[in-house]
Design a protein around this ligand. Structure first.
Ligand SMILES: [Mg+2]
Length: 270
């Protein structure tokens, strides 16, 4: 983690613009929940605003800019939520991508992965008995266990049960249990947003300057991957982050995306 606090994008306007001016092209990498849409109690109800869709559409139509959204959601889910042509998408933290990036994900044994996930859920149900459990979101190649809205003490008991179930089944499985905002997600080891976004950049925007926005633990992989040659922006006020810049409130993201387009057009006229 970086040992210095991130700088608000507003106070870094000139510095960022200067980097834009030197860049041949831009690769914008955006997380979805908590970045393009506010965090809501029920993620299935989250929808990007019209304003956000318009801003994204405009960016994808700007010469020299490529835009990718990379999320823990499944690819199909993202597609439905983001009716924007020319948008590159990565689902399940990079396990599924559009366009395909020819990564080793082809080697992933999805049958084994599914069996490991099923075994974990059974072990959790076994631990909980008749007690209530976290809300289970099955993403086919990953399972999210949601604790949002559950009273603190009950949520703590459920987390302990889940971690115990994971330890019991982990030895024979390909899974990792990854924390997020009031969620623990079981997914295949070795897939993370950072390496996925780098592979996407190579494929669809080689030589570009990357601008990366995210708000959660899994986005830290992105910030690390682009620390040296990208502009990394954390949304919200995390205690620890490797993000170099920050946008304090999610509502400020879309206005800043419009500013990104404006800065790009100013520094690359014609
Ligand atoms: Mg997020």
């Amino acid at each position: 983690m970086a040992d210095r606090a991130p700088v608000p994008v507003a106070s870094a306007h000139r510095r960022i613009r200067a980097r834009f001016a030197k860049a041949p092209s831009l690769f914008l990498v955006l997380d979805f929940d908590g970045t393009l849409v506010p965090i809501v109690e029920r993620p299935e109800l989250a929808r990007p605003s019209e304003e956000t869709i318009v801003a994204l559409t405009s960016l994808t139509r700007t010469p020299g800019i490529r835009v990718a959204v990379i999320s823990g959601r499944g690819l199909e889910d993202l597609r439905g939520l983001l009716p924007v042509q020319e948008l590159a998408l990565a689902g399940l933290h990079g396990l599924e991508t559009w366009p395909p990036i020819g990564r080793p994900s082809g080697r992933i044994d999805v049958h084994r992965l599914r069996a490991d996930l099923d075994r974990l859920v059974l072990a959790l149900k076994d631990k909980l008995g008749s007690a209530e459990g976290p809300r289970i979101e099955d993403k086919r190649h990953a399972i999210a266990f949601h604790f949002r809205g559950i009273p603190r003490a009950a949520a703590a008991r459920m987390r302990t049960a889940l971690q115990a179930a994971f330890r019991e089944t982990a030895e024979r499985s390909s899974l990792v249990l990854v924390p997020g905002k009031e969620v623990l997600e079981a997914r295949i080891a070795g897939v993370e947003k950072g390496s996925c976004a780098r592979a996407m950049q190579e494929k669809i925007a080689p030589g570009s300057l990357a601008v990366v926005l995210g708000d959660d633990v899994t986005d830290e992989d992105l910030f690390v991957a682009f620390a040296k040659n990208g502009i990394t922006v954390v949304v919200g006020k995390p205690k620890k982050t490797s993000g170099r810049y920050e946008i304090e409130r999610q509502e400020e993201v879309t206005p800043w995306l419009r500013e990104v387009e404006a800065m790009w057009r100013e520094t690359h006229p014609g």
